[in-house]
Structure formats: C-alpha cells, structure tokens
Design a protein around this ligand. Structure first.
Ligand SMILES: N[C@@H](CCC(=O)N[C@@H](CS)C(=O)NCC(=O)O)C(=O)O
Length: 253
C-alpha cells in the first residue's frame, strides 16, 4: 500500500486533527506543508478547493478533516477512534461536527483577532519550520496576506467577541462532560476527544502540540491565554494531548 499524502498548514486546527489521527494509528504518511496566501493558487489548480486538510491515497481524495478521519478509520481500523456501540458512535460524530462547524471557526476568529496584528510574530509563527529567507519574505508580504485572511475568516471585533463566548461554552462543555470518565463519550479516547482537544488547543498551547511556537508571545496572545489559564476545560485539553497525542508518523515530504 502506498503512503497517504497530506496537504496541510503547520499551524492550524483542522490539519492537526488529521495529523493526530494518522500519528495515533501509526500510519506512515507524507506531509506537504503550504503557507496561507500562496497555498490557494496551488490547491485550487490541483484539487478545486483551497481549504486544508486534503488527503490523497490510492486514487481517493478526501477534502475535509471529518472525511479524512472517516477514511483513515475505515482503512486503518486498528486503534479505533470511533466507538463500537452505534449510539456512542453517533454521539461522538455529532460532537465532532459541532466542534468542526461551530467551535473551530469561533476559536480561530477570536484567537487570530488577538494574534494577527503582531505582524512579525504572526508571520513567523505561520511560517514556522521554513528557511529563514522564506520567513523574511513572508513577513514582508504578511500585511497583504493578513488583510485577505481577515476578510476570508470574518475576523473583526464583533466576531472575536462572539468567538470568545463560544470558546468559553466549549471549554465549559468539555470540563463538564469529561468529569465522570475523563472522556466525552463512554470511557475511552475517541474522535470526539481528538477533535475537541485539537479545536481548543489554542486556548492553552499544550506542550505536546507538535509545532514549534516562537517565544516570547506577543501581548495580545498572552492576554488571550491569560483569559483561559485556570479554566478546567484547559486541563482536559492538556491531559488529552499528554496522554494521547503520540509522535509523528510522517515520512519524507
Ligand atoms: N471544516 C473544514 C475546515 C477546513 C479549514 O477551515 N481549513 C483551514 C485551515 S485550519 C484552511 O485551509 N484555510 C485556508 C483557506 O481556506 O484558504 C475541515 O474540517 O476540514
């Protein structure tokens, strides 16, 4: 069987879901990392869409994180991420959908609203891992890229405020619903926990999050983290990362 190929951005929510699933199941895969801005031209020409993750494997092309996780689960069933019991499975998938569709965009709007004004920091964080000359180029192009990102993701003061309210709701939810067993559905790690922890990682930057985060953090970002620092939902996110994130199974790419 050939290795699946993943088109992704280093620093982003939904590609991290897919990396986590592939790493968790120890599926060797190739990562193609793109930068926001230049990514659009390459991906639209090739796949007809610019949003990532996109996974290609043996003639199949999967274009959302949920579709990729479903494919990964069917193709590599060991270390299952879907609960066996049909009701629990439906519950876990419904939670994935809530986090994907509603909470993810809200966290991103609120978090990016604090981070993006810090040009040098944001550009370098997004371009993490690239050679220095590419990072410098990206920093100089970033004001224009940022303007497009803000339009595209509707990042503005009202969106940030609504985003904070939903982030709080999601952190309250995971704290409350993991209280009994430590997990959101049943008593073991599932797609629901993987999705919740990924979508909420920007609230507490768990140390197992596998992408370098340049320090010191700019003041807007410190302010955002401070807001959530003692929330019990962050303890859940850190624990899920600590106990289940595992290490990269990526090869080449
Ligand atoms: N619901 C989609 C969301 C995908 C998404 O928003 N991806 C972002 C990265 S976190 C992206 O690629 N943004 C760049 C763009 O849309 O141009 C999924 O689960 O895959």
């Amino acid at each position: 069987m050939s290795h699946p190929e993943l088109w992704q951005m280093h620093f982003s929510l939904y590609p991290e879901k897919v990396r986590w699933a592939l790493d968790y199941k120890r599926v060797p895969h190739i990562r193609h990392s793109l930068l926001p801005g230049p990514h659009a031209v390459r991906l639209i020409a090739r796949f007809g869409q610019k949003a990532m993750p996109i996974l290609r494997h043996e003639g199949n092309v999967l274009k959302t994180s949920a579709a990729v996780l479903d494919y990964v689960e069917q193709t590599w069933p060991e270390l299952p991420l879907y609960p066996e019991d049909p009701d629990s499975r439906a519950q876990a998938l419904a939670l994935q959908k809530w986090f994907d569709d509603k909470i993810g965009p809200a966290v991103r709007r609120a978090g990016f609203y604090e981070m993006l004004p810090h040009t040098e920091y944001s550009a370098r964080r997004i371009a993490t891992g690239l050679p220095e000359w590419q990072q410098r180029l990206y920093v100089s192009a970033f004001p224009a890229i940022r303007a497009i990102m803000m339009l595209d993701m509707q990042i503005n003061a009202a969106g940030a405020e609504a985003g904070c309210t939903l982030t709080q709701e999601a952190l309250d939810f995971v704290a409350r619903n993991s209280e009994r067993t430590g997990y959101l559905v049943g008593d073991r790690f599932s797609v629901a926990d993987l999705t919740a922890a990924t979508i909420l990682f920007p609230t507490c930057l768990p140390s197992e999050y596998p992408v370098d985060i340049p320090r010191p953090l700019p003041s807007g970002w410190e302010h955002w983290l401070e807001r959530w620092r003692n929330h019990p939902g962050c303890e859940y996110v850190r624990r899920i990362y600590r106990e289940h994130r595992g290490v990269s199974a990526a090869v080449g790419g």
